[in-house]
Design a binder for this molecule. Sequence first.
Ligand SMILES: [Zn+2]
Length: 133
Amino acid sequence: MTADTAVFSPVERCWVCRHKGFGRFHELAFDLSAFERQDPELAAYTGARLWLQRCRRCGFAQPEALPALDRYFERMYDQQWSEDWIASEFDSRSKDPIFLGILRDLRRRVSPGRLLDVGAHVGKFVALAASQP
Ligand SMILES: [Zn+2]
């Protein structure tokens, strides 16, 4: 399998309201090249393209299709990151503006308290939150 022959299952109804009408708004390209050694079938989706679409009834955005590969999400979230990669991701400042914007919005909406980051990646968001006055 290559990007040209990658198999997808169409998303025919909105995941939220079950409507069938959509409007495309963004085309994405898969990059799963990090899985070349660990999971070649998953890596084969690299280069495949897919549209994101918005439901014409409720506005929820979702992909027009999902990879048909067995256990796709389980395999994708099983990436075995190297210690060096985790350290470089934590040290990178590329997501700081996004995280700091979220923290500013949180401060406007809720009183100071505890913060739980579900799906915390390398823990950068919580580390930034802890460093804020
Ligand atoms: Zn909908």
